[in-house]
Design a protein around this ligand. Sequence first.
Ligand code: VG1
Ligand code: CO
Length: 554
Amino acid sequence: MYYSKPIKIQPVKTQAFTDQKPGTSGLRKKVTTFKQTDYLQNFVQSIFNCLPKLRGSTLILGGDGRFYNREAIQIILRMAAVNGVAKVILGQGGIFSTPAVSHLIRKHKALGGIILSASHNPGGMDGDFGIKYNISNGGPAPEEFTNAVFEESKKIKEYNIAGVKGIPLDLIGSYTLERMQIEIIDSVDDYAELMSQLFDFDKISKLLKSPDFSICFDAMYAVTGPYAKKILEQMLGAEEGSVIRGESLPNFGGGHPDPNLVHAKQLVARMYDTNETGSTPNFGAASDGDGDRNMIMGDYFFVTPSDSLAVIAANAKLIPAYKDGIKGIGRSMPTSQASDKVAKKLGIPCYETPTGWKFFGNLLDDKRITMCGEESFGTGSDHVREKDGLWAVLAWLNILAEREQSVEDILRQHWSEYGRNYYTRHDYENIPSESANQLIDNLQSNLDSLAGRVFNNRTVTIADNFTYHDPVDDSISENQGIRIIFDDDARIIFRLSGTGTGGATLRLYIERYVEDIKQHDLETQEALYDLIETAELLANIIGFTGRDEPTVIT
Ligand code: VG1
Ligand code: CO
C-alpha cells in the first residue's frame, strides 16, 4: 500500500515538558500554556508514539471550536501526515461535538480520534484548551494509555511535522497533505442520522409541532448550536428560535459553557419565567462546550442528572432503540443511587465506576450495561462511547411524547414509585492545591476511626477511599474519592477535580434517600442540611480552605 514507505523528513528537536499529565478527560491547560512553543506538538507526538498501529490508520479529528481550535487542527494535520496516518476525517471548520467524534470513530472503524476541547471550561484567549485521544471503540482512552502518553511526554526529544501548508478547513471535500488523505465532512449529518435511528422522530415531531408544547434549548454559544438547530428545529420541526445562543463562538460569548442552574442563566430565566413574560416552555435543556453534557428542565422544574439517568432507564422501553429493554446501568460513584433502585426493579445489574466516562467503556463493550451516567450532567448509552447531551434531550422528548405528561409529573411519579434521592454537589473552586491536598490527606488519615461513629443521628457504616476493580479487564483504579456512607444510605463524598486548570477544585457530593412521599417536596439544600453540616465539619473545610461557602452549588 502507498503508505508503507515512510516519508523522510527531518524531525524537529524538542524539550520535554513535565506537566502533560491527562486528567479526568484528557490534557487541559490554559490556552497560553498550549501556545508555548512545541507544547501541543510534544503531546500529539507522545500520543502518536503510543499507537503501534498508527501507520496506515484512519483518525477522526475535530473540536468544539474554542479559541486555538483551528490552529491546533492545522498542526495536528501536519504531524499526522508525516507520522504515517493514511487518512484523517475532519469536521467542517474543524468542528465536531465529542459524541459526534465517538460515533464517527465507530462508523468508520477508525483507529481512534483526537478531540480538541476543554469541555465545560471557559474558552477564549485567556480561557482553557484541551486535547483528548479516543480509542477504536469510540471512547476515551483508558488510564493505561493516558499514563503511557504522560510517560512518553516526559522523555520526548523530537517530533515529526510537515512543512506549513494551510488546509482550507471550511470547505467540504478531499485534500492531500504529503501522502495523507484529508476528508472534510459536514460536522452534523452523520450524528443527526444516528439520532434519527435511535428515536421515534415522527412522534417527537408531532409533539414539537403541537401548539401546546414548546421547548427551549440553550447551546451556550458552544458546539451544540448547529447540531440542535438541525435536529430540533429543521428535522423535528420545533419552532425557529427554540434553540437559543445557537452560534458557536470561539469564546462561548464570554460565558462558562457548563449546563447547570448557575451558568445556563438564560435558560433558567425562561423556565422559571423570571422576566415575567407570562409563559414558560414545557421542556428546557442545555449542553456544554463540547456537547456531551446535558441539563434537563421542565417548567418551574429542574431534573437532577442522577434522576434523569434513572428516569430514562426506567422508561427505556418507550424509546425504539431500547424497546427490548436494557442490560444494565452504569453510574459513577458520586452519582446518586436513584438508578440502583431502577436497576433493582428491572432485575438488571447496576455498576458503580470512578468519575470519568472512560470507565464505562469496558462495561458497554462487554454488553454489561446499556445506559450510564454521571452526576455532572452526563448521560449516555451504548450508541456511542461518550456521554451525549443531545441524546439525553431526545430521550426525554421521546419519553414525553409517549407519556403525554409534564416533566414534573414524570419525576413525581418516579419518586412515588422508587423513593427520592435528594442530591447536591458543592464545588470549592480555585483553592491552593496544597490546602486541597492537605484536606484530603487529613480526611484519609481519619477514615479508619469513622465507622460506627454517629453524626446527627446517623451511624457511619463505611468510610473509605473508593477503589474500582474493573470486572472486564481486572484493572484496579485506586483513590477515586473518599466516601462516608451512613446506615440510612445517606452518603458524603469528597474528591478533587481532574479537569481544572487553575489551583484545585474540591467537590463535595451529598445524597440522602427518602422513601416517604410526604417528604418529597423539600427544598434540596434544606433536605440535606444536616449532612452538609457534617461534611463541612468532618473535612474542616473552613480550616483548610478558608472558605465558608462553596463557589458553585449544583
Ligand atoms: C468532571 C466531572 C466528571 C466528568 C468530567 C469530564 O470531572 O466531575 O463527571 O466526566 O468532568 O466531563 P472532574 O474530575 O473535574 O470532577 V466533560 O463534559 O469535561 O468531558
Ligand atoms: Co463536555
